[in-house]
Structure formats: C-alpha cells, structure tokens
Design a protein around this ligand. Structure first.
Ligand code: PDD
Length: 277
C-alpha cells in the first residue's frame, strides 16, 4: 500500500510524521475526502477547490495548486489499484516547536494522502438508516473543513452507541447538518436544506444534489429549518462523499412518516447513481 508524504509516494510502512506536527498537536490543518468510482475521482476538482478555500480561511498557503494535486492523487489511486473507495488528503501548518502562534513563513505545510477501499453503502441506501438528535456544540466556522473534529466525533459516537448511523445536529431550534454529512428534509415535494453559511460544511454531495434538482426541475429551498419542521417532514436524508444520498427513516426513536425511504429520496438516489456511472 502506498501513501503520499510531502509530495513523495512512499510505502505505508515507512511513512512518518513528526511528533511536533501542528496537525497532531493542534488539529491545525485542513482535509478532504474524495470518492473514487471505477478508479476515477468523482467531483475531484470541486473537492480540491474547497481544500484551497479551507486553507485560505485558516491563513495557510498550500504548497501545491489543485492542478498539481490532481495528477498526484491519480498516480496514488493507480499505484494502489483502487477501484471503489476514497482518497484522504490533509495539509497541516507544518512541524515546529509547540506555540499557539503560527510558525515562521519558511515552515512548509505537511501534506499526507492515502487511499482506502470503501464500498458503496448499497444496503443502507436501500433500507435507510436511523439517527439521533444532538446539540451542535461546534465552533462557528463549520464551513472550514478543518482537522478539528471533536464536536463531530462526540456526536457521532453518541449516535453509534445508540445503534444509529448519524447524529442530526441542531443549534437550539435550528437544524444545521449531520456529524459527518449534510441533512435535508422533504415537505410536500420540496427539498429543504440549511443554507451554505458558517454553520455548515457546504458539502460537495449537497451541491451535486442541488444541481441535479435544478436540472430536473425538483424544487428546493436553501434555508434554516427547525426541529418541528424536521419532525413533520415527509422525508429526511443525509448526503456526503461516502454515504451519497442516504434515507434517514428514524429520528430519536420516532419513524419518519411510515419509517420507509420516501419517493423523492429514491428518485434522487437514482439520479445521483446515474452521475457516478
Ligand atoms: N465528511 N458535513 C460534515 C460535517 C462532513 O464531515 C461532511 C463530509 C459533509 C458532507 O460533505 P461532502 O459531500 O463534501 O463529503 C457535511 C467527510 C466525508 C468525512 O469527514 O469523512
């Protein structure tokens, strides 16, 4: 298995990162997870563009452009003979003696990437998954895909311990997103999902779904919706790189309508599948 460390393709067993790497000590960095279908990155350019934006938002300059990163990722995918899976990549603010202040400008970011086999979650997508509600205790820059994921982890762990796939996060009455995906509801045929502001990660899958809706004449609204709207929804679904379009059929022990995936979600799943084939 091969990985990339600072631009070099190495065998996984010899790849090392310093103990004073700022990603390790502070979570001071940004990352992306890109889907690979049939050995090719899906929406790779969009992910690499978001990586650049996340880096800019934390005042970090990436040592590579998206145009330089793309062929590197392609080479890694091909060397690892990956068919269906993901590419994970992260940049931290580099290695230097621990100090909250940024290191000197000549300290280069640490760049790590690897691939992993991940099957499409076909069975869950068919049946739908269960969820819990959890207060969104994260910081106010959830638009940055940063390595600081403690809030997300605590919520996801709580969901997992409840036998659920996702935690639906809310700030007071407002539903924001999931612990590792975006959340949409369907009411009277209209899809509603939180607007892309500082409270959510603007998912590439979310954007792809909305693009599909525009093309297909499916109505959607990008706006905050409440916990009451969530409980009254006809359908609920989660979207994300690994989960694609995932029906949520239960929230906090209560079935969503009849507890089965709804027709709007099914239709979106089929349209999404057509995009990746
Ligand atoms: N998670 N919101 C959060 C908090 C996420 O962590 C993710 C993705 C999404 C969906 O974004 P996208 O459609 O671009 O994958 C929304 C990734 C896959 C992860 O951390 O593993």
């Amino acid at each position: 298995e091969y990985v990339i460390v600072d631009g070099e393709i190495l065998d996984r067993t010899v790849a090392k990162v310093d103990i004073e790497d700022r990603g390790y000590q502070f979570g001071d960095g940004v990352y992306e997870v890109i889907r690979v279908y049939n050995g090719k990155m899906f929406t790779g350019k969009e992910h690499l563009q978001r990586l650049v934006e996340s880096a800019e938002k934390i005042r970090m300059k990436l040592p590579y452009s998206p145009e330089e990163l793309e062929p590197k990722m392609e080479e890694l995918i091909s060397k690892n003979e990956l068919d269906t899976g993901i590419v994970y990549m992260q940049f931290t603010r580099g290695t230097s003696p621990r100090n909250h202040v940024f290191p000197a400008a000549d300290v280069a970011p640490t760049f790590v990437a690897y691939t992993r086999k991940v099957a499409r979650p076909v069975e869950s997508m068919e049946k739908g998954v269960r969820s819990i509600l959890d207060e969104d205790i994260r910081w106010l820059r959830c638009d940055i895909k940063s390595l600081n994921l403690l809030g997300n982890l605590l919520s996801k762990q709580k969901a997992a311990e409840a036998g659920c796939f996702e935690a639906i996060l809310h700030r007071g009455e407002t539903v924001t997103e999931g612990s590792h995906s975006n959340i949409s509801i369907v009411k009277d045929g209209v899809i509603i999902t939180h607007q892309a502001d500082n409270l959510i990660l603007n998912g590439i899958t979310r954007q792809k779904v909305l693009e599909i809706c525009s093309n297909e004449g499916i109505t959607f609204e990008e706006r905050a919706f409440t916990l009451d709207e969530l409980s009254a929804a006809d359908e609920v679904f989660s979207s994300g790189t690994t989960v694609e379009v995932m029906p949520i059929v239960e929230v906090d022990g209560k079935p969503v309508r009849n507890g089965e995936p709804g027709l709007v979600t099914r239709n979106l799943q089929n349209l999404f599948k057509a995009e990746i084939e």
